[in-house]
Design a protein. Structure first.
Length: 219
């Protein structure tokens, strides 16, 4: 299946279809504050990286921008924009940036593995910058929605609360549940519990894809 024909949600390179975003879903969904911070990084890195790479491909072309080395160039551009986001976020809230430092460093790697560089390299002469950017942003939006929804389910079950990035402490509690009315299940605070929830969601995804929308994976 060609990359330009894959659906952003049902395709094999989607966060659930190919489990491209499984790592972030497990690690960044422990707290809603982490998920919000990573979501901003996803939009920032995916959008600016795709725009910069598409612009360079259209201006320089295959003669001075060979196809074989474009994945490495795409990765370097993604890390550049990722470092800019990390620096700006550190200026706003240093403690919040330290909490998700490693996760923010992983976002450019997920961006480089999204397949956008191969899609642009396959037909750089007729590449549309707006189309490339919209495709990258749609991938970031789907991963962001899954990440936020996953954290909304996981954090209350683990800590009886919902948090948001901010203040000098790195996060602020925006909602708190009493243990008597909302019993926490500590296993969901670990990666093993997150994998259990992710496995259940992936099973529902595959069932829907196979039986309700059997042809969605080819769109």
């Amino acid at each position: 299946m060609s990359l330009n024909k894959q659906h952003s949600f049902w395709g094999s390179l989607s966060p659930l279809g190919g489990l491209m975003g499984a790592g972030l879903l497990v690690m960044a969904s422990a707290r809603l504050s982490w998920a919000v911070t990573i979501s901003g990084s996803l939009f920032w890195v995916y959008g600016f990286t795709s725009f910069t790479f598409s612009l360079l491909s259209s201006l320089i072309g295959n003669k001075f921008f060979p196809v074989n080395g474009r994945t490495a160039v795409y990765t370097c551009i993604a890390f550049f924009w990722g470092s800019i986001y990390l620096f700006l976020f550190w200026l706003i809230s240093p403690f919040a940036a330290l909490e998700v430092f490693m996760l923010l460093l992983l976002v450019p790697l997920f961006c480089a593995a999204s397949g956008m560089s191969e899609q642009t390299a396959s037909d750089s002469e007729s590449s549309d910058i707006a189309e490339d950017v919209s495709g990258a942003v749609s991938q970031a939006a789907i991963l962001t929605c899954l990440l936020v929804l996953f954290s909304i389910i996981r954090e209350p079950l683990s800590y009886c609360m919902l948090s948001f990035p901010g203040t000098y402490q790195g996060m602020v509690t925006i909602m708190y549940f009493k243990e008597n009315s909302f019993f926490p299940i500590g296993v969901f605070s670990t990666s093993a519990g997150a994998l259990l929830v992710l496995g259940y969601i992936v099973c529902l995804y595959q069932y829907t894809k196979s039986y309700v929308l059997p042809g969605a994976g080819d769109k």
